[in-house]
Design a protein around this ligand. Structure first.
Ligand code: URA
Length: 236
């Protein structure tokens, strides 16, 4: 990659605010290739040098990827003056990374939400052209049946006339089902089921592509994703 300022390089890792990092660098706590560097504006290629802070190596990553088990009652937004957002749930160091949610889960929906600072990645996950499947577990009023399965497979027309892409509906019985879609229209799964006379009571996203939430991740907690997780996501 090209060169970037030393303070930005450290800020990209969420180590402290850019202002704090300028002070830290000036105070002599940062070394570049073993030499103390006191100039925050020093330009360098982070892939070509080794950087330490207080003697601890600082690995460089421009892009960051996390999964969260989004709890019900939190809005999928980067900021909101009145309601708690998914970003409010992040620990302080992650709040500095410029993360944003990939797509959207409704306030009343729980489950797998991706957070990143990589716009191209987010677009790839969201775009219907990428054919990344999003699976949802739903509890509905009434009982979905084989006619609903057929209607989903043919592409539901929402009550406002919006045509959806073909989707999959799996019947679990007891008012429960799993819906798989490859697009993300506003309130899509709720509106698809409502259009079949089966209003949603509970909705939870189970997976995106090949990526599922691991057992034991607390609601609102996040887990960093690595290259192999991204491969799993895109089934590559
Ligand atoms: N579809 C919905 O209706 N709600 C969500 O949160 C996600 C998909």
């Amino acid at each position: 990659m090209g060169t970037i300022r030393l303070d930005k390089c450290l800020a990209d890792q969420g180590l402290a605010s850019r202002k704090e990092l300028r002070e830290i660098i000036r105070s002599g706590r940062v070394r570049v290739d073993g030499q103390t560097e006191t100039h925050p504006e020093r330009r360098l290629d982070p892939d070509a040098v080794s950087i330490t802070l207080d003697g601890v190596p600082v690995g460089y990553r421009r892009f960051h990827y996390y999964m969260m088990d989004k709890p019900v009652g939190v809005v999928t937004a980067t900021e909101d003056t009145r309601q708690q957002t998914v970003l409010d749930l992040l620990p302080t160091d992650l709040k500095r990374l410029g993360l944003f949610p990939v797509g959207r889960l409704d306030k009343d929906t729980s489950g797998l939400l991706l957070l990143t600072n990589d716009g191209e990645f987010a677009h790839r996950v969201i775009s219907p052209k990428s054919c990344v499947k999003k699976r949802y577990y739903a509890e509905v009023e009434g009982e979905a049946d084989e006619k609903d399965v057929l209607a989903f497979s043919q592409g539901i027309v929402l009550r406002d006339g919006t045509q959806c892409l073909p989707a999959q509906l799996e019947l679990l019985g007891g008012g429960c089902c799993v819906v798989t879609v490859m697009e993300g229209k506003y309130h899509q799964v709720r509106r698809m089921l409502a259009s079949r006379g089966k209003p949603v009571l509970t909705l939870r996203r189970l997976s995106i592509g090949g990526l599922r939430l691991p057992e034991g991740l607390e609601p609102g907690a996040v887990l960093a994703l690595d290259e192999s997780d991204l491969c799993t996501l895109f089934n590559c």
